[in-house]
Design a protein around this ligand. Sequence first.
Ligand code: G6P
Length: 440
Amino acid sequence: MTKKQGLKIATIGGGSSYTPELIEGFIKRYDTLPVRELWLVDIPAGKEKLNIVGNLAKRMVKEAGVPMEIHLTLDREEALKDADYVTTQFRVGLLDARAKDEKIPLKYDVIGQETNGPGGLFKGLRTIPVILDIIADMERLCPEAWLINFTNPAGMVTEAIYRHSNWRKVVGLCNVPVGMKMGVAKALDVKPERVHVDFAGLNHMVFGLDIYLDGECITEEVIEKITSEGSSMTMKNIVDLGWEPDFLKALKLLPCPYHRYYYKTADMLAEEKKDAEEKGTRAEVVQKLERELFELYKDVNLNKKPEQLEKRGGAYYSDAACNLIESIHNDRGDVQPVNTLNKGAIASIPDDSAVEVNCMITKSGPKPVAVGDLPVPVRGLVQQIKSFERVAAEAAVTGNYQTALLAMTINPLVPSDIIARQILDEMLEAHKEYLPQFNK
Ligand code: G6P
């Protein structure tokens, strides 16, 4: 194969423990998605992890016998130069910052979560300036590339890119919809290919509007099944508290696992506090899991993705990512749920906002499938979260204290302006190293 054939992919945050997922996905699809070069790039603090996971990636590729070159670098410019696709999976401040996002709000009896409430706001404040910086590099070094962002909070990040940059070749991606579809298939005991879900909403705030089995609408049956068998469908990172059956039957929609933070706030808070005391917050659990994973990754005899990675919340992440890139590359026109510009697909959300919705995936990007208005019972919450995301993105870009306070206060998980201010002040101090825009 000559140099010109095949694709160059740059993965920012390449030292992540999730990288073997991605490698597995590219290997599986090599025939239709010939990746010539995969550049894993990270920051100097992530060098050791990058080397460990990068060497595993090299062994995986060798074992599979595909001619994919794996490059490891700390030089982002070198990685981005002439890339066809850039994927982002970085975490500003690493898991220590996530632990603070999860712990500090708990002191104020507020949900502490990576992408929801105050934690979600702060993850956005840390991440958005960095993603905009990456985009500035991409404008110079790979202006034709697609940016596929998995970095959380993925919805807010996608919104920020549309509002605060001129970059349009971006897709925000999450494994929640695919996890929900798999959950339905499991509850029905059928192959996932037979299930179709009409997804609409926002990232980590997405609903299954209707569910189909072999083309037949079975939403009510699925809800009946979930409520009667207590199989509430969750992900590894969210405690499996079952739904009140009559609530779900009245809702007539499939909520995503994260909706528990909004519809079961008190119970989730109690669980979080108990967990924080007994085994640490999710970030602390994941830190332990990561240490175990990296020990495994070091084993020179390991040449495939270890099963232990499935203990992370990001299951099916590689399938979602690689399916998306494969469909853009081959102009498949298949339907996948992604984060993209609404363009009227969801009537209750502004056209120029990012939404998570089923899209036809083409060479020129995702084409959202119109769903009309969201059902009345959920419309207000989704709109409120969208308002929060917009104000939060503005705060991230401007570093304006009052805008950040506004974002914190309008978040539905924060009970008052005064508590919002207390949490904001404590978190601004705790994260100041990663928030230069607030410390000018
Ligand atoms: C889910 C979410 C991801 C999130 C992950 C956290 O998969 O969709 O956005 O990153 O959970 O999982 P973790 O194992 O880090 O708690």
